[in-house]
Write a protein that binds this ligand. Structure first.
Ligand code: NAD
Ligand code: WQD
Length: 362
């Protein structure tokens, strides 16, 4: 029988795309997600994102549990019900600004939650984990492109970033304590884009914090204009440069990392980190132009002051993932923009249809 993967946070943005790819690759999947940042899940009721995952993969999940990863007893029950071969751990809160306002919530959810999960895994004898980390662990990079040898943890300006760094430290200590653990930390750069179907993608509630969802909402007319946070950085056009990576490339990255964990011949030993990016930097103005080309619509913008905590440029070196996992990002900026646009259009149409129904007396 194929391996069984427990996916925490599988109803979310990166988790839902990865779950489609896992099912398509033949893995059996159990999802644990408390729906804190995914619409509509409850005990016994699949969130819409996971219903769409099943439709896209033409396969069913083994189970969905609307459970908080901090609930050790519920997690223990799940591990005793299912023979789990490995875990992919996406569940976390991720809004940088909110983490500054609510540090305890972030440390509790992201750090304590990860400790609980690891403790329950240890008790259940499951010692393979793929962890969602972030380029944020590099802080303001000392050199570019940042490779995995770049120091981590220095100059982190917000609790969210620190939670990612602390969890990586925990994983390293755990691997050092017991050679049975096989831990992979995937450091995503800036995930963007949506599934080619447009059916799943990023659906931020309220005002988006990140550039790409904001640009997409301006392109469909949901918002008037984009604020460009500074054009006086030391970059070719003065605006911030980032390494945007398509969420489908990330999803594939998780599948190859997992294949590697489960493959007896090429066993990962200890705790290994991999950057997942493209190695190419894109400025805010370049992103606006790419979106104009993808959607055929101008994206109105206004340059405002710098955003606190932002750095000029962050770009990945991905040679370790290429050499050791055989992974490389394949999608270009155009594909990232087109998919996001299609997905946001789909959501907008969904809202119009829902409104029509509300207003229709019949
Ligand atoms: P997301 O918010 O869309 O998905 C996270 C999912 O985890 C949500 O469905 C949420 O309901 C669930 N969740 C959160 N706390 C939980 C808990 N205590 N118990 C059970 N479920 C819980 O976020 P995403 O963008 O898909 O991010 C996934 C992971 O990748 C996160 O760990 C995030 O920190 C990391 N990451 C994201 C980005 C990014 O820009 N999207 C970049 C780097 C790293
Ligand atoms: C990208 C660029 C902004 C919005 C954040 C987290 C990081 C990671 C990914 C999880 C920057 C500019 C943005 C806007 C703008 N998440 N911008 N107007 O800051 O690189 O990374 O998300 O781990 O931890 O910090 O991404 O999309 O917010 O910004 O001009 O309305 O776009 O200044 O140059 P960032 P972002």
């Amino acid at each position: 029988m194929s391996s069984l993967i427990l996916v925490t946070g599988g109803a979310g943005y990166v988790g839902s795309h990865t779950t489609v790819e896992l099912l398509k690759a033949g893995y059996r999947v159990v999802v644990v997600d408390n729906a804190v940042n995914s619409v509509g899940g409850s005990q016994g009721k699949l969130p819409p994102s996971l219903a769409r995952v099943q439709d896209l993969a033409q396969k069913s999940l083994v189970a969905y549990y609307c459970v908080d990863i901090n609930d050790a007893s519920a997690l223990t029950d799940i591990f005793s019900k299912h023979h789990v071969d490995a875990v992919i751990h996406f569940a976390a809160l991720k809004a940088v600004g909110e983490s500054v306002e609510k540090p305890l919530e972030y440390y509790h959810n992201n750090v304590a939650g990860t400790l609980t999960l690891l403790q329950v895994m240890q008790e259940a004898g499951v010692r393979r984990l793929v962890y969602s980390s972030s380029a944020t662990v590099y802080g303001a990079p000392q050199y570019l492109p940042a490779d995995e040898h770049h120091p981590t943890g220095a100059g982190l300006t917000n609790p969210y970033g620190k939670t990612k760094y602390f969890c990586e430290q925990v994983m390293q200590d755990l691997a050092a304590s017991d050679q049975e653990w096989q831990l992979v930390s995937l450091r995503y750069f800036n995930p963007v884009g949506a599934h080619p179907s447009g059916l799943i993608g990023e659906d931020p509630l309220g005002r988006p914090n990140n550039l790409m969802p904001f640009v997409a909402q301006v392109a469909i007319g949901k918002r008037e204009e984009l604020s460009v946070y500074g054009d006086d950085y030391d970059t070719p056009d003065g605006t911030g440069v980032r390494d945007y990576v398509h969420v489908m490339d990330l999803a594939e990255g998780h599948v190859v990392a997992l294949d590697r964990l489960l493959n007896k011949a090429s066993k990962v030993k200890g705790c290994v980190a991999y950057n997942l990016g493209t190695g190419r930097g894109v400025s805010v103005l370049q992103m606006i132009e790419a979106f104009r080309r993808a959607s055929g619509k101008a994206v109105p913008y206004r340059v405002v002051g710098r955003r606190a905590g932002d750095v000029a440029s962050v770009v990945a070196s991905c040679s370790r993932a290429e050499e050791e996992l055989g992974w490389q990002a394949r999608r270009d900026l155009q594909q990232m923009c087109v998919r996001d646009y299609v997905h946001v259009m789909d959501l907008a149409e969904g809202h119009v249809v829902a409104l029509d129904r509300l207003l229709n007396k019949a």
